[in-house]
Design a binder for this molecule. Structure first.
Ligand SMILES: [Zn+2]
Length: 439
């Protein structure tokens, strides 16, 4: 199960300097948010339950551009706090002992804005008429105080109130919705451990339609003007769910929510048990089918089986890209082998100078990580045979369900499915520049 804590002395991830904090791991976030779309004004209370992994003289959290007014720490009388541009530092009257749990309450407010990053603005984003949060990889502190470390997963309870005309959509299950004094109150619960970058909040004038994606209950949320296009374009999700459950094992979460915004979006994005698409991805002609398969596959690869470190990003994107090819193959399109050979030629036409097993932060979202990652899996499939390969994938998702894992973990598990050593396969595909030949 969950190989939880990032480690006593880990202060974030080497790809994300300045994000993440040392000395504790978060168990749960309980967020109560009050928001006005008209003015982009957010006021929130975050109750963070965490466990100290060392004696903690101070607790540091990530929080960007939002003003903290009050901090409480259960059991401690005198608690001081201060803020820098991206950190909240809480100093209790005496250290918190290693191994003990603590409950920290933070009251904060402000006008949230996206957080700048080397990959562009991330996190909270105002739409034409609403909000989305696309936090990958460092945007979570734009809307709540957190330990923004990819390896530190926690459960979430998110309560939001906003003007009644809007629907609020968050991760997980909607457990309560009511209208009080002209404001909608929404309460979502995500009980499965979730990385901060996969927590999300979406607000828009959305119609919410309950659906079944095969055996998984789901919701489609979309502007009513896009209804026909959304219902047509997302219809294949049931068949995708069936195919992926066959190949990857049971869908990890209790539900799956699709949000289609009224705005066009450059790319869709996965969140925990949810994915967000732009109006441009619902063209009514299935133009985004490949991307719909890709985002669904992230629920297994990236969301349930999480990254222990961003340097292993191919474990998310290579697998999600290969799932696109599996969907094509399973749905009567080009076979994964045909697609693999096409993209192999494409990769050889580009500079062979990326190490996808550790691409560095500047190249972590480079398309070659996606395609070469998928090709790595195809080479492995050709080596192990279909039976062994898919059994490996199902064992991988079962062993690491809701936890985090590394490339070394995957190599070690794959080795148990192979009669011959796989060192040169993984070494040449993941840790060398030149593109190897396919088996
Ligand atoms: Zn992806």
């Amino acid at each position: 199960m969950a190989k939880k804590l990032p480690g006593a002395h880990r202060a974030g991830d080497s790809y994300m300097p300045g994000s993440g904090n040392e000395g504790y791991g978060v168990d749960s976030y309980e967020l109560s948010l009050r928001y006005r779309v008209a003015t982009n004004r957010l006021a929130g209370t975050a109750v963070i339950t965490a466990t100290a992994t060392e004696n903690l003289a101070k607790i540091t959290l990530d929080l960007s551009r939002l003003q903290v007014s009050k901090v409480k720490l259960v059991g401690f009388r005198n608690v001081r706090f201060s803020q820098t541009a991206n950190k909240l530092i809480v100093t209790p009257s005496e250290p918190i002992a290693a191994g003990t749990s603590f409950e920290l309450t933070v009251e904060y407010a402000g006008a949230p804005v996206p957080r700048p990053s080397r990959w562009g603005p991330v996190g909270w984003e105002e739409l034409e008429d609403g909000v989305l949060v696309a936090a990958q990889p460092t945007g979570a502190p734009s809307w709540f105080p957190c330990n923004d470390d990819v390896a530190d997963k926690a459960t979430y309870s998110i309560q939001v109130s906003a003007e009644q005309a809007y629907a609020v959509v968050c991760n997980g299950l909607l457990v309560d919705h009511r209208v009080v004094a002209g404001r909608g109150q929404w309460h979502y619960v995500q009980d499965e451990p979730t990385a901060t970058y996969l927590a999300t909040l979406q607000i828009g004038r959305y119609e919410r339609t309950p659906v079944m994606f095969a055996d998984v209950p789901g919701v489609l949320a979309y502007p009513v003007a896009l209804k026909a296009r959304v219902l047509a374009d997302f219809a294949p999700l049931s068949a995708m769910m069936t195919l992926f459950e066959k190949h990857f094992g049971p869908y990890p979460f209790g539900s799956y929510t699709i949000v289609v915004t009224a705005d066009d979006l450059e790319i869709p994005l996965e969140s925990q048990a949810l994915a967000t698409f732009g109006a441009n991805h619902a063209d009514g002609r299935g133009g985004a089918e490949r991307l719909i398969a890709h985002e669904l596959a992230h629920q297994w690869f990236g969301n349930s089986v999480g990254l222990a470190t961003w340097s292993d990003i191919w474990l998310n994107e290579g697998f999600a890209c290969y799932a696109e090819w599996l969907w094509s193959e399973g749905n009567g399109g080009a076979s994964a082998d045909t697609l693999a050979r096409r993209f192999h030629r494409g990769l050889r036409a580009q500079p062979e100078d990326i190490i996808i097993g550790d691409p560095g932060p500047a190249l972590m979202f480079d398309d070659r990580v996606y395609k070469r990652g998928a090709l790595t899996l195809h080479a492995l499939r050709l080596t192990l045979g279909d039976q062994g390969f898919f059994e490996l994938l199902r064992t991988w998702t079962a062993h690491n369900r809701f936890g985090t894992a590394t490339t070394a973990d995957f190599r070690a598990l794959a080795a148990t499915f192979s009669l011959k050593p796989l060192d040169s396969l993984f070494g040449s595909w993941l840790f060398a520049g030149a593109v190897p030949s396919l088996p």
